[in-house]
Design a protein around this ligand. Structure first.
Ligand code: AMP
Length: 280
């Protein structure tokens, strides 16, 4: 596996792949890798001739400086995991390499950026859009692989590609979970054993919501019951729990909704923020 830290080196290597007409699958990450990330690499390997992964903890998408500071960065372990996963190239840039000059970035992602995660984390999706666009320009991938775990983020990337006409095909990959149903996340390392088992309730809640939705239970009732289930758990503070339209995450309030729906949840458990979702 090649480890590349500069734009100049990346562009030189990328050009060699282009000459050989190889398709590039790109998996952008913030590191602290787990099996969720590895699953994206495995899907990318099946679809493309070479897999590039980036590890970059992007400061512009953190609205909470403490969260940025606390973000886990086990780089040696990550490199080892990527080598074992058969990644071809790791792009490991510094902040200066990604943002060499103070860029004015103010793209309007519309309502998708301002609701749910956008409302809880102001500026987050603006930062996500900024870094993904930058990484796409540098890596120039044929395909980009993102996890459904961050569903709203996939809508932002979809819009970014459309708005800027970027020559990238977006692939959204399934959520990988722990045995107890907890969606894998780099932030899970902050949970103690007790909190990990409490966090498993999120998946059970989503399954319950899906079952109720398919039985035609009133949306209001599903949301009330879902919140009740989570609120009874020690240390849980719900940020949002909703059933939404899959296209733009508008909250659904009636069961007569004809389009596809998704259940979304965000909560805090102790000091850790967890998000999850399930297509209904
Ligand atoms: P992150 O390092 O958290 O920015 O995540 C990098 C990519 O991995 C994003 O596309 C995430 O959606 C995806 N990802 C994170 N957790 C999971 C998971 N449990 N299952 C599948 N993909 C995931």
């Amino acid at each position: 596996m090649k480890i590349v830290r500069t734009r100049a080196e990346l562009s030189q290597i990328r050009a060699e792949y282009a000459i050989q007409q190889q398709t590039i699958g790109f998996v952008p990450t913030m590191g602290a890798l787990h099996n969720g990330h590895i699953s994206l690499i495995n899907i990318a390997k099946q679809k493309t001739s070479a897999v590039f992964v980036s590890i970059f903890v992007n400061p512009t998408q953190f609205n909470d400086p403490k969260d940025l500071e606390k973000y886990p960065r086990p780089i040696e372990r990550d490199i080892d995991l990527l080598q074992k996963a058969g990644c071809d190239l790791l792009f490991l840039p510094s902040v200066e390499e990604i943002y060499p000059s103070k860029e004015v970035w103010d793209h309007d992602f519309g309502v998708i950026a301002s609701r749910w995660e956008g409302a809880m984390r102001p500026g987050h999706f603006s930062g996500v859009g900024q870094v993904v666009k930058r990484l796409f320009e540098l890596v120039n991938p044929t395909y980009a692989f993102f996890g459904q775990k961050d569903y709203q983020q996939t809508l932002i990337v979809k819009k970014l590609i459309a708005d800027f006409n970027l020559p990238v095909i977006l692939e959204v990959c399934p959520i990988v979970r722990e045995d107890n149903g907890l969606a894998m996340s780099s932030r899970n390392v902050r949970l103690n054993d007790g909190q990990r088992s409490i966090a498993a309730i999120i998946y059970r809640c989503l399954q319950g919501m899906k079952e109720a939705w398919n039985k035609g239970v009133a949306v209001e009732e599903i949301i009330k019951e879902g919140k009740k289930l989570l609120e009874t758990q020690e240390g849980v503070e719900i940020e949002y729990l909703a059933i939404c339209d899959v296209e733009d995450l508008t909250a659904i309030t009636t069961n007569t909704h004809q389009k596809n729906a998704i259940a979304i949840i965000a909560l805090r458990l102790g000091g850790t923020r967890l998000i999850d979702n399930m297509l209904l």
